[in-house]
Design a protein around this ligand. Sequence first.
Ligand code: CMC
Length: 428
Amino acid sequence: MSDNKASMTAGGKTIEMPVSSGTIGPDVIDIRKLYAQTGMFTYDPGFTSTASCDSAITYIDGDEGVLLHRGYPIGQLAEHSSFMEVSYLLLNGELPSSQELADFSRTITRHTMLHEQLATFYRGFRRDAHPMAIMCGVVGALSAFYHDSTDIADPTHRKISSHRLIAKMPTIAAMAYKYSVGQPFVYPDNKLSYTGNFLKMTFGVPAEEYEVIPAVEKAMDRIFTLHADHEQNASTSTVRLAGSSGANPFACIAAGIACLWGPAHGGANEAALNMLKEIGTPDRIQHYIDRAKDKNDPFRLMGFGHRVYKNYDPRATVMQSTVREVFAALNVQDPLFETALRLEEIALSDPYFAEKKLFPNVDFYSGIILSAIGFPTTMFTVLFALARTVGWVAQWNEMISDPGQKIGRPRQLYTGPTSRDYVPLSER
Ligand code: CMC
């Protein structure tokens, strides 16, 4: 809090509102008494100027292209840390000691199995169901299986359900994939790392030994790290809003998954690779750039632009170098990478993209890596959901632990008919 105040004249009154400062980032005008004092609301569809909460987890400076988790830059975490360590950091606020990391990893590992009855639940879906549809259903259903951890007022319940969600998400995601390709589900193998285990459950088959390729495991773990949290984005805000009513954590995370699915959010990685496939060769890029600039064409460059970043998304930088590492490890090439690099180059030198500050985001290169590893495009957003679960859970816990927490309930500018009398059917 600072002693600053902002004054405003509204509804014929001049009022003063407190201004609060965070540790970094823009100050906020506290408008909570605005309605009581003036009878007016603020109007901000899409929340372009509204801070919906205070949070000590993640900070983004979109103009500078900075992303910090608990103060640590994403580039350093991606290079030196691991997804398990970043998960601990997001949940607990500090990097773990080696003992704390070992204990945390063991706890998560102990929760990787799913209730066996859930396998039957999968069999109710069509084989061609989108795996995100399966994720929404199965994660929502977890509350029907793990009712012993749904008392949100109990910190121990919150901790257990958080660990369960982080631990079970790879199993749920891998099973969604296995179901779609008609292969048997592969049980978790607790000898493996979080990420190695996920790769085995996804690509292993009971008929053969599965060998985790260390370079692929490292790249996948880094991709999870890059997606772990991103402050108050649409799906995280959805989780917070769902959680604000007191809904159980499994239901809240299912709501987050549903929101993430959209192509403007987590669905963009699938859409970006589909777009690159449609463009195909570099000679066709200009046509798509022209379409993206055409106001009468709904086409947008997928994997480009961001509500907050008005500079290069720092996650995209790491993604781009990871593409090269994965190609080298697997000894593959994908001509779509050349197309993507050229598309980025052409877009960044075009005044339309420069003026609107549209840069590649995390989703622009991730699809190329995931495809090289062997994932079908329909799994891309599932992987995003898997990794983002820790961010959702950390933000949900932060909200529930806040003694001042209230149900989220936005107001509106009503534009419908004013009060009128019901007209009987015979007179219409
Ligand atoms: N291609 C072409 N034009 C674009 C694009 C794009 N990808 N993104 C924004 N614009 C234009 C848009 O038409 C608008 O122009 P004008 O001011 O003339 O009307 C201007 O830039 C501002 O766009 P906006 O839609 O008002 O901006 P926003 O902050 O509401 O949207 C966005 C952000 C990410 C939804 C948008 O940039 C977009 O649709 N990008 C493509 C989808 C995508 O890659 N999403 C992944 C985001 S990163 C992963 C995640 O966090 O989920």
